[in-house]
Ligand binder design. Sequence first.
Ligand code: 4UW
Length: 555
Amino acid sequence: MPFNSPFKDLDIPINIDVWSLVFDQQNVPFPTSRRAMTCAENTTLSHTWDHIKAASVDFGKGMKDIWRWRKGEVLALYTPNSIDLATAKTPIVTLGAIWAGAVVSPANPLYNVEELTFQLKDSGAKAIITQAPFLKTAVEAAKNAGIPNDRIVLVGQHSDPSGTFKHFRSIRCVDFPTRFRKAKINPEKDLVFLVYSSGTTGLPKGVCLTHLNVVSNILQMADVDGRYWSATGGLDGEGDKFLGVLPFFHIYGLTCALFMCLYLGWEMFVVERFELEKALQTIQDQRITAFYVSPPIVLAFGKSPLVDKYDLSTLKVMHSGAAPLTSELTEAVWQRLKIPVKQGYGLSESSPVVTCQTVDEWAKFMGSCGKMMPNMEAKLVDEEGREVADGEVGELWIKGPNVFKGYYKSPDRTKEAFSEDGYFKTGDMFHIDKYGNMYCVDRLKELIKYKGFPVPPAELEGLILGHSDVTDVCVIGVDDRSQATEVPRAYVVLRPGIEASDSKAQEIMEYVAKQVAPHKKLRGGVRFVAEVPKSPSGKILRRMLRDKVKQEERA
Ligand code: 4UW
């Protein structure tokens, strides 16, 4: 029998879009003129909730006026987190674009020209937002994708001295701004995000998330996790304070950090990227009470000697997700700092949260990813799609209002991703206990996760096959416990006559590094093999190789 969430179902409204959920709240239960987002490194740079709301409308009107923006057109974001005051900032741009009816497609700012070009072309983006340090790559990729220069827009402190590229500030409507209205959204049909994920087969594809998907997940998380926090009753009566380390170009950061904080009125201190000392300093100085992280950050808190130099006594909880977290690490942080680390699990395709531990139960069910979100239903199945017996491990299949409708312009991949009875096949292996706690034990699909960031093995294999000395290759993720992450490793078959040597391995690693974003480098190295395991139909049996490596490591 399929099982339901143990939480009480929520009444999720089907007629509200993401912008309205966040900003059109009746009787907002927190002071809106207070700081909502502050730059962790320079706290004089801060926005109130009221300002973010008003500035997002200004930007949305500018898009409609200057670009004649139409609902459903895609706006690409190619920038790290930013909130500097004098200029503008990804949260405002993101929310402004949503106000105007845009579909926002965030890209990792470390992508190179080819990677970004793929996303811009595939999504059909009509404009791109970036920052000065990323402009060169953005311009080349935009050119490849046919986006004109006047639709490449800068945010951040620097404008373009040549005047070729507009600054965010100039995308505003000066004459009669009242003539523009918020886009009319059908939350069940209209997309709010097109995020790129590797899915089960290894090549990136656009995940279509509707307004209803994202609204649902904000409300589901607000119900399960938000009930423990307060916008007003935390320390000093000010409310809880969050450290925003998750990137806003990933769905985990967008839904769980950006939208949740704005929706619930939590104050957030934003950092551009995670650096341990800066994070520790901010936690101490700003009296941070909670933050959402990925396992390598938990590792730093559990093991780094720097941690002892700071007063972290205000921190009430860390919430980890995006990759497996071991109980040893949770235990290490608890023994050392008495800070609970609870875990969540999710994927881009479910906007993203599927399960989440609560503050009450993290210690009792350590190692679990928690219970399923309200309004969700699931089953665990074997290779034939038959439900497994109670307590056994099976692939997790899910249904719920937060689960996406399909991959962008990919009916075949969409069909493969869903079962005939409408469940999305996550590609992750779970078991569930009698209380509804879910444990992620393995990954069936091909995806590799480096520090929470997806690395599609098929993409790396395609590149490596372009090396003239290589005849075959298989890329898998191997555990690097010292960093609490998987790292990609290539198993390479060399052309006859080419010697397998350390320098050849190095050469192949460098060959890949030159062509990919840094998180996709072959940090797990290159191993030479006589052949790559394949099925009779020629499909690479990555799982067989992974199991073999795991066995060797255990021996
Ligand atoms: N344990 C083992 C985990 C876990 C995991 C994710 O890049 P995507 O598509 O999406 C994400 C989403 C992260 C996330 C969602 C909800 C949540 O509460 C949370 O923590 C608070 C994090 O990363 O990658 C999806 C894939 O990442 C793996 C899994 O294989 C999944 O299919 N993954 N969380 N706790 N593996």
